[in-house]
Design a protein around this ligand. Structure first.
Ligand SMILES: *Cc1c(COP(=O)(O)O)cnc(C)c1O
Length: 394
């Protein structure tokens, strides 16, 4: 069995599981209570905040714990929009291949009178800094561009994009859910004002994440209630899950360089192997991508059938993103980088773990190759392509 869907979610690390189990039993106090077990929970919470902040070079008070990446994205964008509205600035810039947590929040704001510009993503899966510079207007209140894409893994020139925003005095948010714990992220170096992270993408628990907001940025609370998280998010804190988030992130940070390097080698072996399949193409730049991400299009097949047959062979992968699988629309990410519908339908994302072996990579290559030719054997589109009725695109 090979789990190659780490971009959808990761297995919790043993240390994170241990933290969560131990604290669930021992540290059940409410962090707002004044007696000792409450204060103990508060200490654990604040230690986790300090640990998480240190990994991204932030200050503890700049971290707000949330229910995950989606909530952090919603809160960052809502907060910037509220601040913009106060100054009469109602223009937001983003990119065409953001996660739906960002895109759907932006659509909602459009219905509330905001104007949104989506920067194009080029064939290499990257936005161009000069196109951002051109798109910024007098009334721009926010730029939100993801650190690394969840489907094709491409890593944006975040430091440059952030520098442009700084120079033009516009807030810069990045959805760093796929990047944190996998590649180096530093909010100071990268000129980031706000950043979203999710624990279950770096071997922490599901339903927990955090929002970094540079000090001085007033966050709008999405949930009304108590004064937890300094009034930025109501609700009793899930201390065991938050502590497990810190455990997982510290662990990931401690081994980040070596894991990234080793995983990138496996990724490149996988890319080289899959490139041998005729009429296939890698999606996104080969090098400016997450060490774990491989995403291909195979002409003449359906991604869904590919996934089912791979599952029969013990391979867990994805086609498009988990959230859009099940719908027949091709991935908005693949369309954004210029893949036509027919080609985008035949996509496969393999997001490997850092413990994958060369033998497992070779098993993936062999089985994907076999399943692709098998499916092409009875695909009407493939018949049209091979008989010359339709031209090959890839
Ligand atoms: C997974 C993911 C999210 C959503 O995070 P959740 O914690 O699952 O809500 C947001 N953005 C990106 C890029 C993601 O990969």
């Amino acid at each position: 069995m090979i789990y190659a869907d780490n971009a959808a979610t990761t297995r919790m690390s043993d240390a994170a599981i241990q933290t969560m189990i131990t604290l669930s039993g021992e540290c059940y106090g409410n962090a707002s209570s004044l007696y000792s077990i409450g204060q103990r929970a508060k200490e654990v919470l604040e230690q986790a905040r300090a640990d998480v902040a240190a990994v991204i070079n932030a200050e503890p008070r700049e971290i707000t714990f949330t229910s995950g990446g989606s909530e952090a994205d919603n809160q960052a964008i809502r907060s910037a929009a509220e601040l913009g509205k106060l100054k009469g600035k109602k223009h937001i810039i983003s990119s065409a291949f953001e996660h739906h947590a960002v895109l759907h929040t932006l659509s909602k704001l459009e219905r509330e009178g905001f104007t949104v510009t989506l920067l194009p993503v080029h064939e290499d899966g990257l936005v161009r800094p000069e196109e951002l510079a051109e798109a910024i207007r007098e009334d721009t209140c926010l730029v939100t561009i993801m650190y690394a894409n969840n489907e094709i893994g491409t890593i944006q020139p975040i430091r440059e994009l952030g520098a442009i925003c700084r120079e033009r005095n516009v807030l810069f948010h990045t959805d760093a859910v796929q990047a944190i714990g996998h590649i180096s992220v530093d909010v100071v170096r990268d000129n980031i004002d706000m950043l979203s992270a999710s624990a279950h993408k770096f071997h922490g628990p599901k339903g927990t994440g955090f929002l970094y907001a540079k000090k001085g940025i007033r966050l709008t609370s999405l949930i009304e209630g108590g004064a937890q998280e300094r009034g930025r998010r109501a609700g009793t804190e899930n201390v065991p899950a938050i502590a497990a988030t810190a455990t997982a992130l510290k662990e990931a940070a401690a081994t980040l360089e070596e894991h990234a390097e080793a995983t990138a080698k496996k990724r490149d072996r996988l890319i080289a192997g899959l490139s041998q399949i005729p009429h296939s193409a890698l999606n996104g730049d080969a090098k400016k991508r997450l060490p774990s991400n491989v995403n291909f299009c195979f002409e003449g097949i359906e991604g869904e059938s590919l996934l089912l047959l791979l599952d029969d062979r013990g391979i867990m992968a994805s086609s498009g993103s988990a959230c859009t699988s099940g719908s027949l629309d091709p991935s908005h990410v693949l369309l954004a980088i210029g893949r036509v519908h027919d080609v985008a339908h035949g996509s496969l994302r393999l997001s490997i773990g850092d413990d994958i072996t060369d033998e497992e990579v070779d098993y993936l290559v062999k089985n994907v190759g076999e399943v692709v030719s098998y499916l092409r054997g009875f695909s009407p589109i493939w018949r049209d392509l091979t008989s010359g009725k339709k031209p090959f695109i890839l």
